[in-house]
Design a protein around this ligand. Structure first.
Ligand code: GLN
Length: 486
């Protein structure tokens, strides 16, 4: 079954702010609009786990008050941005569960740095949205709250793990969503839902208050309709943070109106091994080649380069991330956070019964795999080797970025699949991450842009840049995106 997409009322913060500034809209009306959209479609699509309706309306009224007295220019840079949070981001005094039973009932004692910064910039948070449990998955089917559905075809998955975020934007339930990307979780659902998914460089945004999956890969990212909105959110969230030692002090250059208006000529490489890969759906390959031809016609320089490490990226990623996850998730012990098995009597029972019933099958599979690759006797063969592959990839990418501004490839090798289709063999789903995990292995910024449709289903094209080159990446993305989104 296929349904037509909702036409978003606003496609950018700029449009919202114009309406606010000219008195055509109030903050309260804006929030009411999104609450109405949520009330209309949330049951069917299972996007929001929780809606902060009263709180969002209260905040909207306060902003209206300030708008009247001080004018829009006195408000923060995100005034008018109504956002949702993936259920892995801490928001003080609100529940956060990573879509897992094990955190059922847990309330955050503090807000993630990224969350405090968007609030300080006057954004409105409208609710928390569904995802795969602990952000492990590519379809948002592995959630304690049940699967989220793709609004373009509710029998298909929205991608994952930030599937709730992608559908919230796709189905116009908020203007933007803040997600997390460990191996593609912002970019792949963006591709599956026809929106823009942006992951900054590793270390660009503080991970403080982001529930950890694999700490050397995790990064906060955004789902929006436009590259400019991704940039606005990035500008607010980026920057050093005393609570995250891996967060870089590299200053983020400011985005100017002139830069948005220019169309830079870019040197772009594509990997022959990626576009000729046997796992790539030929229809996606064809559309991607057409897209690349379009870029060439716009005056960009495109060149094929060889990347013979392509078949190592998924194994290296899954060895390293499961190893890190097995350590990170050891903190969920039934004692300190969230849910505890009610029948557990002894300390040992508290651990085993809580973890057995509290985690879903996919999370348990990964904890066990991670413990295995780290175990004495296997460490060198798996973890040690995967670290070496990661090192090689970092070097190879650095060499490429001396010659090219961007590397382009499809975001996903496959179209959004039917719910349940990948349940038999989890490795099939892992292989679908082939194009996105590279950016996380090497810490690169990357963006997925809508690039057309195959049989009514959206596909995405992904651009990656050298570490901390978000500004040229976003400006380039804007220059090739539909101008309607500005
Ligand atoms: N699909 C990948 C995984 O399951 C990526 C998830 C993510 O980026 N959080 O690990």
């Amino acid at each position: 079954m296929s349904t037509t997409a909702v036409r978003p009322r606003f496609r950018s913060l700029r449009q919202v702010r114009h309406a606010l500034d000219t008195g055509q809209l109030t903050f309260e009306q804006l929030v009411q609009y999104y609450l109405h959209r949520i009330a209309t479609d949330n049951k069917r699509l299972n996007v929001f786990i929780e809606v902060f309706a009263d709180e969002a309306l209260r905040r909207a009224r306060q902003l209206d008050d300030r708008l009247q007295h001080e004018g829009l220019s006195a408000l923060g840079p995100l005034a008018g941005m109504v956002v949702s949070l993936k259920d892995v981001l801490c928001f003080k005094d609100h529940q956060v569960t990573a879509a897992s039973r094990i955190l059922d009932g847990f309330h955050s004692l503090f807000s993630a740095t990224a969350v405090s910064r968007v609030l300080d910039a006057d954004a409105i948070i409208i609710g928390r949205v569904n995802c795969d449990e602990f952000a492990m998955g590519s379809s948002t089917e592995y959630s304690y709250y049940g699967p989220t559905h793709n609004a373009l075809d509710p029998e298909r998955v929205p991608g994952g793990s930030s599937g709730g975020s992608a559908v919230a934007v796709q189905a116009d339930m908020c203007l933007a969503s803040i997600g997390s990307d460990t191996g593609g979780s912002v970019r792949q659902p963006a591709a599956f839902c026809g929106v823009v998914g942006f992951k900054p460089s590793y270390g660009r945004i503080s991970r403080h208050g982001l529930l950890a999956y694999a700490s050397s890969f995790d990064q906060i990212g955004t789902l929006t309709h436009s590259a400019i909105d991704a940039a606005s959110l990035l500008s607010v969230m980026a920057g050093p943070d005393a609570y995250d030692a891996t967060c870089s002090p590299q200053p983020l250059p400011t985005f100017s109106d002139e830069a948005w208006a220019s169309v830079p000529q870019a040197r772009i490489a594509w990997f022959a091994e990626a576009l000729d890969h046997p796992g790539l759906d030929p229809r996606i390959a064809q559309l991607t080649r057409q897209y690349l031809e379009g870029l060439r016609q716009k005056g960009h320089q495109l060149e094929a380069v060889s990347f013979d490490l392509i078949d190592y990226v998924v194994p290296a990623y899954y060895v390293l991330t499961t190893a890190e996850a097995s350590s990170n998730l050891s903190r969920y012990d039934g004692v300190r956070f969230g849910w505890r098995h009610p029948q557990a009597r002894s300390p040992e029972e508290v651990y085993t019964m809580t973890r057995t019933a509290g985690f879903g099958a996919e999370v348990k599979r990964r904890i066990m795999l991670g413990a295995f690759v780290l175990s004495a006797g296997y460490y060198d063969a798996y973890y040690g080797r995967a670290q070496k592959v990661r090192h090689l990839i970092v070097q190879r990418m650095a060499a490429l970025f001396e010659r090219y501004d961007f590397i382009v490839m499809p975001t996903s090798p496959v179209l959004p699949w039917h719910l349940g289709q990948m349940n038999e063999d989890p490795t099939q789903m892992y292989l679908a991450d082939i194009y996105t995990v590279l950016a996380n292995l090497a810490g690169l910024p990357a963006i997925s842009l809508p690039a057309g449709q195959v049989e009514g289903l959206p596909i995405g094209v992904q651009f990656m840049a050298a570490p901390f080159r978000e500004k040229p990446l976003l400006e380039f993305a804007h220059s090739i995106l539909d101008r309607e989104n500005a």
